[in-house]
Design a protein around this ligand. Sequence first.
Ligand SMILES: C[S@@+](CC[C@H](N)C(=O)[O-])C[C@H]1O[C@@H](n2cnc3c(N)ncnc32)[C@H](O)[C@@H]1O
Length: 242
Amino acid sequence: MNVAAQPGTVYLAGAGPGDPNLLTLWVLRLLETADLILPDDLVSAEILSLAHAGAEVIPVGKRCGQPRITQAEIHVLMLEAAQAGRSVLRLKSGDPLIFGRAGEEIAALRGAKIPFEIVPGITTAFAAAARLKTPLTDRSAASKLILATAHHAAEKLELTPKWAGALPKDATLVIYMPGRRFRVLAEDLISSGIAGETPCVAISKATTLDEHVYSTTLARLDDGAVGPAPVILLIGNAIQVP
Ligand SMILES: C[S@@+](CC[C@H](N)C(=O)[O-])C[C@H]1O[C@@H](n2cnc3c(N)ncnc32)[C@H](O)[C@@H]1O
């Protein structure tokens, strides 16, 4: 399989959670060959430094303090470059198909009849579990794994997910984009029926040099003890972190 970037093609790719050692060889090859790279803000400078000198890099993160780029503007950048015959690496953190608005980008690419490939990456849940040396499933504690977010398309709806009834007792719950109101989130989960004593780990900047781990229970989860964004929460009886 030729994994070098091809003219006029868009690659929706995952860069993993931060550590460049967790890149796939395919993404590395695309960094070495793509004409245009459009990275999200969680893609680290260390990973972008692997791009070849001739690549044009336009950061399209929506929260890097710059004037906000809209999703529609990202589509225009991506489609126009491909229509002009350039190869485009649209690089997202983790896996591109997990909480990455990939559906909208795929629809735009299909609509414009642009050839594209999806290049998987290691999603944060899997990398975080590896860093914590904990399983996500367990024969006696967790037969289900739920990847969820506390963040909705309309940002004001943060913390509005309806957890009640959605969480079987034998599930591990991983929450992406948990917001910063961890106590409120924990209370919502407890009132939906999850036991307060359920293990809960908040891992911040997983796999980077600034990684911060806070291991507690849902009932004791304290806003002030959680490290800075990005943060992911792992909750469930299979989560065993001393
Ligand atoms: C827009 S989502 C992207 C998820 C990504 N596609 C994935 O598969 O991991 C961003 C969220 O992923 C989580 N995240 C991404 N990188 C992380 C990291 N290195 N450490 C902790 N959480 C991270 C955080 O919950 C963050 O708010």
